[in-house]
Design a binder for this molecule. Sequence first.
Ligand SMILES: Cc1cc2nc3c(=O)[nH]c(=O)nc-3n(C[C@H](O)[C@H](O)[C@H](O)COP(=O)(O)O)c2cc1C
Length: 163
Amino acid sequence: MSDNPISDALNLIPYGFYALGSHTADDDNLMVVNWFTQVSFEPQLVAIGLQKTSHTYSLIEKGGVFAVSILRKEDEDAIKSFSKSRAKNPEKMNGAKFTPGPKTSSPVLDAAAAYLECKVVGKLETAGGHDVILGEVVHAEVRTPGEPEDTLTLPDIGWSYAG
Ligand SMILES: Cc1cc2nc3c(=O)[nH]c(=O)nc-3n(C[C@H](O)[C@H](O)[C@H](O)COP(=O)(O)O)c2cc1C
């Protein structure tokens, strides 16, 4: 507990931990996100809280597509390195194990148990450091069938990005 109950309550949300792939004609990138959720049944929409200064933000602005890789708990090592920024780590994608999604060409991690490919259909600009990116899911694949409790979450790795 801290002296900020809003932060404490936000930290009680059991966030998942995903790899967000972005793509343009001349670049691919992957970053980690936990502020990701479904927000509509029909059409099937998802939203991401995305840092305005991230390299991914500029690629999603240009490319208009993204992919979210969903991992199993035992595959945490396949994702952690994508918490680094491209600006400070220009080599970050060297050796990354991914393939382009069939519908959007956005990078999907080889280790993904499942993935969602999305087209950007909206953006909510905020006064803060992150905007909300709205995507319509245009393709998905479950490579390794499982249960939600098999999915990698932030509590699994003891990291925090909330508050
Ligand atoms: C545990 C964790 C969770 C994160 N979740 C998010 C998130 O949901 N949204 C976001 O914009 N950044 C998030 N980040 C920060 C980005 O991953 C980080 O800014 C990354 O360096 C951006 O990469 P890029 O500049 O190559 O796009 C998170 C970082 C960590 C360590």
